[in-house]
Design a binder for this molecule. Structure first.
Ligand SMILES: [Mg+2]
Length: 367
């Protein structure tokens, strides 16, 4: 089997509710659908979410790096030779979601070629992941309404609160209102997307003491090295690295230097291959991981479930899998469902995301 071509289709689907957070806001899923075609008719699928304000990637840059840099080097290779493709892509720095999409599409091809679901190929630990729901910037009473509605509708009991606002009292108040409204059983954690300084984050930890928050994600820029290490030393809860740790090398540097003591894994930016390397580092060092969301579509969320359910350490905590509910539509042929607070893996060969061609025709931007 040989890779015949890489298809890159930019498309845009509006959000019914825009998501706002410290490093940006999202009104439409302006992504790139990647399909890797082989000479044996097997096609691998992955969704690519550019996050311009985080990684500097755009729809145009993703299409360009895939078509102009990677395709000429990987067309003709055996799609099962994933390590060869990894080494080729590693010559070019950055471009994490473009590389992640190629890798996920190759795993999809491997699963389809062997007739096996990819969650089994990756590890096969369990068949579902609990869902954590992300709450963006909104007034505290609206956040609580949303959390209560999601608990009622989907059985979700874990909530990530987007924070990083000034004055700090806005986020402290939101955390307090959520805890009082949701009760002691709910898991609540914070993600500041670098919105604070390390010392402001320490102040928030002091002022939310007693609320039972479980984690604090990317409180400040990791480059604020000295204060951030002090924060990690003094924090009573794990400090999670996210956008500071997109690669295994970044994970090693931040963990070893004390810049964080838990790691967010995102399949959209790591693919399955690098996500496995990151997971191995973390389990070897005894560090907690979370499965994060790069504001993924259902195709992207299914990739996260596929990886997260495959390993013991990644399914321990609820994964961030519900952002797609804010989208007006999706390209996936068979929609995901959240039941009893969890999403199941697919038992079809591959990752299991088939594309609705009529919807693709409606939302693609290149015709
Ligand atoms: Mg984050």
């Amino acid at each position: 089997m040989k890779i015949e071509r890489i298809e890159t289709i930019p498309y845009s689907i509006p959000y019914s509710h825009p998501l706002r957070f410290a490093s940006g806001e999202v009104h439409a899923a302006a992504h790139v659908l990647v399909r890797i075609h082989t000479d044996e008719g097997v096609t691998g699928i992955a969704d690519t979410p550019p996050r311009p304000y985080t990684y500097g990637e755009t729809q145009a840059s993703i299409v360009s790096v895939l078509q102009d840099i990677f395709a000429p080097q990987v067309v003709g290779l055996d799609p099962l030779d994933r390590e060869k493709v990894q080494r080729i892509m590693a010559r070019t720095v950055n471009n994490p979601t473009a590389k992640g999409a190629v890798d996920i599409a190759l795993w999809d091809i491997a699963g389809k070629a062997f007739g096996v679901p990819v969650h089994k190929l990756l590890g096969g630990y369990t068949d579902s992941m609990r869902v954590s729901h992300m709450l963006g910037f909104r007034p505290a009473p609206e956040l609580l309404d949303e959390a209560l509605r999601f608990r009622e509708l989907y059985g979700i009991t874990t909530f990530k609160l987007k924070t990083g606002r000034r004055p700090l009292s806005l986020d402290v108040e939101a955390a307090r209102v959520l805890r009082e409204g949701l009760g002691e059983e709910a898991e609540i954690y914070l993600d500041a997307n670098r919105g604070w300084s390390a010392n402001e984050a320490l102040e928030v930890l002091r002022r939310t003491d007693g609320l039972g928050l479980s984690m604090l994600e990317e409180p400040c820029d990791a480059a604020e090295a000295m204060s951030r290490r002090r924060l990690v030393r003094l924090s009573p809860i794990p400090v999670v690295g996210d956008e500071s740790v997109p690669t295994p090398g970044d994970v090693a540097r931040e963990l070893l230097s004390g810049g964080c003591n838990a790691i967010c894994i995102k399949t959209a930016r790591s693919g399955f291959t690098q996500a496995k390397e990151i997971l191995g580092l973390c389990t070897g060092l005894g560090v907690d991981v979370t499965m994060g969301n790069q504001i993924d579509t259902q195709i992207g969320s299914l990739a996260t479930v596929t990886f997260g359910a495959a390993h013991e350490a990644t399914q321990r905590r609820a994964g961030e899998l519900s952002n797609y509910l804010d989208m007006a539509d999706d390209l996936i042929a068979e929609p995901l469902t959240i039941r009893n607070g969890a999403i199941r893996v697919r038992e079809a060969p591959g990752v299991g995301a088939d594309i609705d061609e009529l919807k693709l025709a409606r939302y693609r931007q290149d015709t």
